[in-house]
Design a protein around this ligand. Structure first.
Ligand code: ADP
Length: 292
């Protein structure tokens, strides 16, 4: 990883921007439940973005930085450059490029669709997984490589979430989920090519950057099937139709995808059940019932 490792925010800032550069202002950015987020204004006039959490979560930020670097290395779509990770007394932190907002380009959604499709077509792999484990929300996500996508989705995605959720599930849902994992080869195809995916792409993890285009944030990146990514974009309301049309121009979406979408989203819904509780149980149960 090329990102700097530092033992304090101040030392990271002076290594990155020069010994005399200091933080002169810190503004809280309204984030979500997982991390605290701030914009830091520097004495040089520049701004950086800071996420912090308790020290034990340093590996979460390191994994996030690895994921962003992998996405950026494809040169296909914007993702803010990770600058430093470290632990400052009691807190782990990640410092990254600050994205100032600009008005959206008129073709914002088309460009987003094209660029995400280019990410998915970028050379990667050949195996499914990622060099390091990472997190989906705050749940650990296993990424040890496998040759089969279907086996990967079963062993590294569905089964770990099922184990975490087991005590919350009724008998029928347990039975249905077990049937799904047993016959997953008949429900999912192996992809024609592997794709590096963001891994947690919903509308909250895309931001309009200074160029008026969509930049993607906070990945849970790995090499998988791009259909799993498209499915997640549709989970909480979806992106506008013109995003998907543009995506399809660069990376055609198979007709059978619509039948697989909810099965891919079972992973995220089980994760939401594990993280946020029983309000997600009926979604999990009805999808499990449908595919079993
Ligand atoms: P969390 O890990 O807590 O989910 P995010 O990475 O999603 O945090 O960031 C929280 C919010 O902060 C985002 O929704 C976005 O509005 C803003 N944000 C994230 N990264 C940047 C950045 N590099 N520059 C400016 N704002 C950002």
């Amino acid at each position: 990883m090329t990102v700097l490792c530092a033992n304090s925010i101040d030392s990271a800032i002076s290594s990155l921007f020069g010994p005399s550069v200091k933080v002169v202002d810190r503004q809280r950015v309204s984030g979500r439940d997982i991390n605290r987020a701030y914009s830091l204004e520097l004495s040089s006039g520049e701004c950086v973005f800071l996420k912090s959490n308790r020290a034990g979560l340093l590996d979460m930020f390191t994994a996030e930085a690895h994921g962003i670097e992998a996405l950026r290395a494809t040169g296909t779509i914007g993702a803010p450059e990770p600058l430093a990770v470290g632990t400052d007394e009691n807190n782990a932190f990640l410092i990254m490029e600050y994205l100032s907002s600009a008005p959206r380009r008129s073709d914002y959604w088309e460009t987003f669709g094209h660029e995400l499709a280019m990410l998915h077509r970028a050379k990667c792999g050949p195996r499914f997984g990622f060099p390091t484990d990472n997190y989906i929300g705050s749940t650990p996500q296993q990424n040890a490589h496998m040759d089969s996508w279907v086996a990967f989705f079963r062993e590294r995605r569905l089964i770990p979430q099922m184990k975490l959720a087991w005590r919350l599930l009724d008998e029928r849902t347990r039975h249905n989920l077990t049937r799904i994992t047993d016959r997953l080869d008949t429900l999912l195809p192996e992809p024609a090519f592997p794709s590096l995916i963001h891994g947690d792409l919903w509308s909250g993890n895309a931001l309009c950057g200074p160029d008026g285009k969509a930049w993607i944030l906070d990945p849970a990146a790995y090499v998988g099937h791009f259909e799993a990514e498209l499915a997640m974009t549709e989970l909480f309301g979806g992106f506008p139709e013109r995003f998907y049309r543009a995506y399809d121009e660069v990376n055609p979406i198979d007709r059978g995808y619509a039948d697989r979408r909810d099965l891919y989203n079972l992973y995220h819904l089980l994760n939401h059940l594990n993280l946020f509780g029983l309000s997600y149980l009926s979604n999990v149960s009805s999808i499990a019932n449908r595919y079993a």
